[in-house]
Design a protein around this ligand. Structure first.
Ligand code: SF4
Ligand code: SF4
Length: 391
């Protein structure tokens, strides 16, 4: 017999919540400035900095006070993806006059590095001591060294949680998976969750044998909203068609009809890499209390990564695909799912584990997204100023 437990709706009170949020407020006040004094001096920079700090703190406060995670996380995560694409494309226009790159940019290593490339450079780097990506090792916008530090730091702390708290692309399919009220494709085959792992193997092997980042070269859907090779040949034209088609299908159409993050769950080699490393390294998980679970299946239906199935309700564990988004925790009518600190065993306290996880996940998301969001606000302010002067 299942025990009916009262879900914890407001884990912290009116006085405790601000006190618990205070360290985050101080950390973000320092980290969002990125050590640049202009944040406190130039009026538009000051406004952008303050706006992002207020948004972050409002979301974090609501997470603590309401006990809900996913709806507040998603606001920042989706805003991050949109802001990054807009500011990235605008930077590319400033630097090159277009969102495409050409042969000269490749030769000068002027292509920004993205975390997904990590899955393609490791084997060639180990075998040949060289990085098979035309980006700057250090000193450029999105250089290889700083991105690798960020990626491995995030993997260590969050594992696959990176896909809901760190990835600057994930907000795209997260947003589209929320658009439709009705699931039109109710039961996609569970085997599709292995797609990312098959792709990880494929791109690792092909990149090592061809000494080029094959996923980036041919099948990354997010090229459509960042940068891609200028269409100056049949091959480049074919690639552009593939990027845009994959974006439409995997990031827009399938998330709408399945209410799942299909690109991230089925087609991302980085997601599979995070799952594999996170299984060993990450201290955080979600766990189901099998003794109180009502077997209602709500958590299975809402999981955007397809990381829960009937077995999970028996074993108490999500599969490796869990991105720690918190949606299942939020919807469980009996409070049977919670964040869990690995190896804490019976000493695990759900409220404390969630607080620890939120401090790791939210801090990472807020700091990582902070630069793009401030840049986005500055772009808007400067656009409005230009229009006002012209009129
Ligand atoms: S939502 Fe999931 S964990 Fe919660 S009671 Fe229903 S089946 Fe059990
Ligand atoms: S199992 Fe829960 S926390 Fe993990 S991805 Fe699914 S809904 Fe999110």
């Amino acid at each position: 017999m299942c025990k009916q437990t009262k879900p914890v709706r407001r884990p912290f009170g009116r006085i405790t919540t601000p006190l618990l949020a205070l360290p985050m407020a101080l950390l973000l006040a320092v980290l969002l400035s990125q050590g640049d004094p202009a944040c406190f001096m130039e009026p538009d920079r000051k406004f952008a900095y303050a706006a992002v700090w207020i948004l972050d703190m409002w979301l974090f406060y609501k997470m603590l006070r309401t006990g809900k995670t996913d709806r507040y996380r998603a606001v920042l995560f989706i805003a991050f993806a949109l802001a990054l694409s807009v500011t990235f494309i605008s930077r590319m226009f400033e630097a090159r006059g277009a969102m495409t790159f050409n042969h000269a940019d490749l030769l000068q290593c002027e292509v920004p590095f993205c975390h997904i490339v990590t899955t393609m450079i490791l084997i060639p780097a180990a075998l040949s001591d060289s990085i098979i990506f035309p980006g700057r090792i250090e000193g450029g916008f999105a250089d290889i060294s700083s991105m690798l530090v960020i990626v491995f730091g995030a993997l260590l702390i969050m594992g696959r949680g990176f896909c809901s708290w760190g990835c600057f692309y994930g907000g795209w399919d997260d947003a589209f998976s929320r658009l439709s009220k009705r699931k039109r494709w109710k039961n996609p085959p569970a085997s599709l969750r292995w797609g990312g792992f098959a792709l990880l193997l494929l791109v690792a092997v092909t990149s090592a044998s061809m000494l080029s980042p094959t996923y980036c070269d041919w099948i990354c859907p997010f090229k459509a909203v960042t940068e891609y090779e200028a269409v100056e040949s049949v091959e480049a034209g074919l690639k552009a068609i593939i990027f845009i088609s994959l974006f439409l299908v995997l990031v827009i159409v399938l998330p709408i009809v399945t209410q799942k993050r299909t690109q991230c769950a089925w087609f991302c080699p980085m997601g599979a890499f995070c799952s594999s490393t996170g299984k060993v390294l990450s201290p955080y998980q979600v766990r189901i209390r099998t003794d109180t679970c009502l077997k209602c299946g709500k958590c299975i239906r809402v999981c955007p990564m397809g990381a829960l199935d009937k077995d999970s309700l028996e074993t108490g564990k999500a599969t490796m695909g869990c991105s720690l988004c918190g949606k299942c925790v939020d919807v469980c009518p009996n409070g049977s799912i919670s964040y869990h600190v690995r190896y804490s065993g019976k000493a695990n306290k759900p409220t404390l584990s969630r607080l620890l996880f939120l401090y790791s996940g939210f801090l990472f998301l807020a700091v990582f997204s902070g630069g793009s969001l401030q840049q986005f606000i500055l772009l808007l302010l400067r656009g409005v100023a230009r229009l006002t002067i012209q009129s």
